[in-house]
Each structure stands twice: as C-alpha cells, then as structure tokens.
Write a protein that binds this ligand. Structure first.
Ligand code: AMP
Ligand code: MG
Length: 426
C-alpha cells in the first residue's frame, strides 16, 4: 500500500498550475500574482510631514529649548492633500498637519508638543497668533517622510509568485491598481454518493442521513481558495453515477465521497477503473485508507477533450476531511501556483496513550495548547471515523507513524495544525 508521501507525489504529478486571469484586487485574496507589480507613481507622492507641527528650517531652531524658545513667524497652514504656495524663508514657519507636503524652504518639522501651539489650541485659525515659540532643535530631515519611501516609481513593488494577502491588496491600491493578473482559482466539482443520503431541506425517512460531506468538503475547497461546484447526490447505481459524472464538464478537479470501500455498492472505484484511469486505490493512512485517485474524461472551456483529476474520498465524515487536508489541499495549492504546499506541523507532548495496531499512519483529532512553553495535545474523545464532532473540537491532528505500535502519555509526536487559533497561543 502507498505511503502518504507516495500517494501525494502521484497526485501532484498529475496536476498543473492553472492559467492566468485578470480580477479586481478585492477578489484576489489568497491568489498568486501572475505579474510583477511595478508602480508608475511614488507613494507617498511628495516629501510630507510625519507629525502635526511646524515646517521649519532646522538652522532657525538651533539652540532652542524650553528656557530659551525661538520665535518664528507663522506664514501659512497646510493640511494633508493641500499644497502651500508659501516658502519657509529664514525666521518663518508653516503650520503643517500629518501627511501634508513639506513646503519649499523647510527641511524639518517640529511637533506641536515642542511648541507653544497647544496653548493656542482652541483659537480658530484666524485668531491664531502669527507666531510660534519653538522649544526644541530639529535636525535636517526630522519628521519628514520621503517621496517614494513606501513604493518607488518604476521599481518592482510585488514580485510575480507572491501570495496575495490583505497587505498586498493595500499595496496595489496604494499604487493605483484596481485589477491584477493572477493564477485562476480551481473549479472543484463535488459529488456525494450513497443510497442513504438525503438533501438538506428534505425530510429524513427512517434510516437515511443528510449529505454532510458535500458541505464540509465545499467549505474546505473555499477555505483554500477553490470554487466548489455542487453536483449533488448520486445513488449507488452505475447509471446514475455515470450520468452525474457527465456534469463534471470543465471542472479542474472532481471530488467524490463514498463508494470507494469494499462494500457491494462501492462502485466509484470500479467505474473509475473502467471509464477513466485509476492511478491508485488505498493509502497506508488512518482515517482515509480507501482513497482512490485517477483521471476521468472531461472537456475544457473550449470543448476540447481533457482529463480531469478525480479524488475518490472515503465516505466517512472525518475520513473525507482528513483525506482532503492531506491530499486535496496540496493539489489545489499547486494548481493555484503556490510553492508552499505543506500545512505547519509542530512537536507536541501527547497527553493520551495511543495504540497503532493498523500498521498505517494515524492522524488523530486533537486539541493542541501551549502551556509553560510546550505544546500539549489531547485527543478530542472517541476517534471513530463517523464522528464529525471530533473534527469540530480539534485544532490539529496528531501523527502516529505507521511503524510505531504505541505512543505513551508524555511522548513527543508531530502534529499537523489545522488552525492556529487562540487556544494555541503562539
Ligand atoms: P461508503 O464509503 O460509501 O461506504 O460510506 C462510508 C460511511 O460514510 C457510511 O456510513 C456512509 O453512510 C457515510 N457517508 C457516505 N457519504 C456520506 C455523506 N455524503 N454524508 C454523510 N455521510 C456519508
Ligand atoms: Mg456508500
């Protein structure tokens, strides 16, 4: 049976980076830049003040202190977005607000706190005295933000390949870019299989269950940047399955859940082997052993034949989610042009004793917390693969290697982090 790494290699070998698209910057969160962002403007556009204060010539402030203030004539006020037409000539100052351009002649800004301005705070501007007392010396350049110090005109601000986070969206906005070229998001067709499954708004006949996999899987697809395409439920018969598979059309990936075990009605893998191409079935992992991977025939956007990677995820509610984290997530990230495909893992001290009789790599649901400088992991409770609430309680998966028969309370093991939430407290 394939190891987790071998199975992942086979999957990654069959998926490629998708094409580029141009999108509004607001929609590009989490996507990868497909172009260098070169700004055609400087940000800030002009040298400007980092403080509310007075624009002065530093030589005019030489020797100023609380006991021996220097008095300058105030000739103008300039606010952010304004420009002063006056020049700061010897013996004068211009009142200036944060972000306002430095008037010509000035080489520094003395902040209000180092002047007698606060004393005059409540006076309206035409009642303000025409002079200010300065209590501190300035050095040339003091409190001045230079033109282009954030984004320099003509220089590469963001490199192709960068993953777009909120700060990159802000940088593009600063540079005046409203649209950006990125690697497009994968469209992921999601199909649930099973005679027992009922759609959400329908009543539940005896013995039936709601289809939850389609929704947890769609949530994962969205979380990692893909676009889910919900195909609904296929009953456990060949005709319906084949019909549903036709709806996959131009999707970039097909995910099915269920129908890959050894049961009489588990025909997904058989149809995959017959109508598509089966690359592997079964991985040395728990939960998630009966993972099937192959390719089905589909069409691209222009109607040309293409083969679509198909991951047949196990039907059990936790197995399909764990299989997604291990195998689907890296595939989607690769398609989106990302380089770092691994989720973070850390060393944790296990607080339960766990046996491994299966000879497979175990990923048990755990609550991971930092205490006294160490990470501790305790199981969420029963680990049955039908217990979805165990996923809901967990913020990580503790890993018991395939050839380790048992880990004891107090041993150190690796944990794959599902979330870095408050509880982990890094
Ligand atoms: P299977 O892999 O089809 O044998 O399914 C294994 C288990 O997972 C069975 O108990 C199914 O009822 C359950 N299961 C399969 N598909 C779903 C689904 N879409 N939502 C919730 N449970 C499911
Ligand atoms: Mg089934």
């Amino acid at each position: 049976m394939l190891t987790v790494e071998e199975a992942l290699q086979k999957i990654l070998a069959e998926v490629n980076v998708l094409e580029e698209e141009t999108v509004p910057i607001m929609e590009a969160l989490g996507q990868v830049l497909a172009e260098d962002i070169v700004s055609n403007i400087n940000v800030p556009p002009l040298d400007n003040s980092a403080m509310d204060g007075f624009a002065v010539r530093s030589e005019d402030t030489r020797g100023a202190n609380e006991k021996a203030p220097i008095t300058l004539k105030v000739t103008d006020t300039v606010v952010a977005g304004g420009i002063s037409k006056k020049e700061v000539v010897p013996g004068t100052a211009i009142r200036i607000m944060t972000g306002a351009p430095i008037p010509s002649g000035a080489d520094s800004v003395v902040q209000f706190e180092d002047t007698d301005d606060q004393k005059n705070k409540d006076a309206s501007s035409n009642q303000r005295p025409g002079q200010v007392s300065i209590f501190a010396e300035t050095k040339p350049g003091q409190n001045i933000r230079l033109a282009g110090e954030d984004i320099a005109q003509g220089k590469t601000t963001l490199k192709k390949g960068t993953v777009i986070r909120p700060q990159e969206i802000g940088l593009m906005a600063s540079a005046g870019r409203s649209q950006v070229k990125v690697i497009r998001r994968p469209v992921v067709a999601i199909l649930s299989t099973g005679d027992e499954l009922v759609e959400l708004d329908k009543p539940l006949p005896e013995g039936k269950i709601h289809d939850s996999n389609a929704y947890s899987i769609a949530g994962l697809v969205k979380r990692y940047g893909g676009i889910p395409r919900m195909l609904g439920i296929a009953r456990d018969n060949e005709k319906e399955l084949v019909k549903k598979l036709k709806q996959v059309q131009d999707a970039d990936v097909l995910l099915t859940t269920g129908g890959v075990s050894m049961g009489d009605y588990d025909m997904v893998k058989d149809i995959l082997a017959r109508d598509g191409e089966m690359v592997f079935w079964k991985v040395r992992v728990k939960p998630g052993k009966p993972l099937a991977f192959g390719k089905i025939k589909g069409k691209d956007r222009n109607g040309k034949a293409k083969s679509i990677p198909h991951l047949g995820l196990p039907g059990n509610v936790t197995s399909c989610m764990v299989s997604f984290e291990l195998f689907v997530r890296p595939a989607l990230l690769k398609m989106m042009g990302k380089q770092n495909l691994a989720k973070p893992s850390i060393d944790v001290i296990i607080e339960d004793t766990i046996k491994n009789n299966a000879g497979r790599r175990i990923y048990d649901r755990a609550i991971i917390e930092k205490r006294n400088g160490h990470y501790y992991a305790r199981l969420t409770g029963p680990q049955g693969s039908g217990i979805l609430s165990s996923m809901s309680l967990a913020n990580g998966l503790v890993i018991i290697p395939e050839d380790t028969k048992r880990v004891n309370k107090g041993d150190t093991v690796q944990a794959l982090m599902l979330d870095w939430n408050e509880e982990v407290n890094i």
